[in-house]
Design a protein around this ligand. Structure first.
Ligand SMILES: Nc1ncnc2c1ncn2[C@@H]1O[C@H](COP(=O)(O)OP(=O)(O)O)[C@@H](O)[C@H]1O
Ligand SMILES: [Mg+2]
Length: 251
């Protein structure tokens, strides 16, 4: 039975898509069966599988039961994908008018969970209905934040939202806050600011491994593969494998 993990942060450009692709890549390299779900209308994760952003069959159709899993799923070399599309916006409006609009994705995933070890959901950069569906469908969430920026300041809002959804029956737990785009020379300032404030003020888990700045991540996405296929010895591959091992140790 798959463990479902949402990669979420209500900010854009903080590494959600990159993290979904590469934790997925690491798990796949470790022999796990992985399904990725692209829930962002920008469809960046789907582009990493070579798909256009105006894909006709997409996750919105799947949530609304307009299409079967086997007809929407894309098989990749490393892992499988339920793609997104710019047309997902139209589905989101339809989902909003349904009675059980928060847990429709959860219900749809129940029937396919035994086919995978892990399902990773790449969330949109907001706390709207699609993210809420991801939260209800997931056992855990990972929140990536960028080192050296103030993106960590928004984490409190994210945590509050998760706690609120848990009161409504979601049942999601924080797996960890993940720091990306880390530079060796930031070490001292970052320890003082980001890590201390996250740990002290929020009492949250921060992964011990950080993902260093590595241009190979951009390049691997253009080549439509995870960092583990594109450049297995790169810093980013080493760091994402470290985080994935931490995750496996926690589950
Ligand atoms: N560790 C990193 N080093 C360098 N570039 C990175 C790193 N992580 C992510 N990026 C780049 O930052 C940009 C934003 O990341 P992305 O995963 O698309 O964020 P989000 O999905 O949260 O919007 C992308 O161009 C991505 O390739
Ligand atoms: Mg993204």
């Amino acid at each position: 039975m798959a463990i479902v993990i949402a990669i979420t942060n209500n900010k854009g450009g903080v590494g959600k898509t990159t993290t979904t692709l590469n934790i997925g890549g690491a798990l796949s390299m470790l022999g796990k069966k992985v399904l990725l779900i692209d829930l962002d209308t920008q469809a960046n994760l789907s582009s990493c599988f070579g798909l256009s952003t105006n894909q006709e069959s997409h996750v919105g159709n799947f949530i609304l039961k307009e299409i079967e899993f086997k007809d929407v799923m894309i098989k990749g070399d490393e892992m499988d994908l339920i793609p997104s599309s710019k047309f997902l916006i139209e589905s989101e409006e339809k989902i909003a008018s349904k009675t059980r609009r928060e847990d429709m994705l959860k219900v749809r995933l129940n029937s396919i969970k035994e086919q995978y070890d892990y399902v990773l959901i790449d969330c949109p950069p907001n706390l709207g209905l699609l993210t809420i569906n991801a939260v209800f469908a997931s056992n855990y969430y990972i929140a990536p934040i960028e080192a050296g920026t103030f993106s960590y300041l928004g984490i409190g809002e994210l945590i509050n939202k998760m706690n609120e959804l848990n009161e409504y029956g979601a049942g999601i737990k924080l797996l960890g806050i993940m720091i990306i785009k880390y530079h060796e020379k930031m070490r001292d300032t970052m320890k003082k600011t980001i890590i201390t404030s996250i740990k002290n003020s929020l009492g949250l888990n921060v992964f011990n491994n950080y993902v260093r700045v590595d241009g190979n991540l951009d390049k691997s996405q253009l080549k439509r593969m995870s960092i583990f296929k594109y450049s297995p010895n790169s810093n980013a591959a080493i760091d994402y494998l470290g985080i994935t091992n931490e995750i496996l140790g926690k589950l």
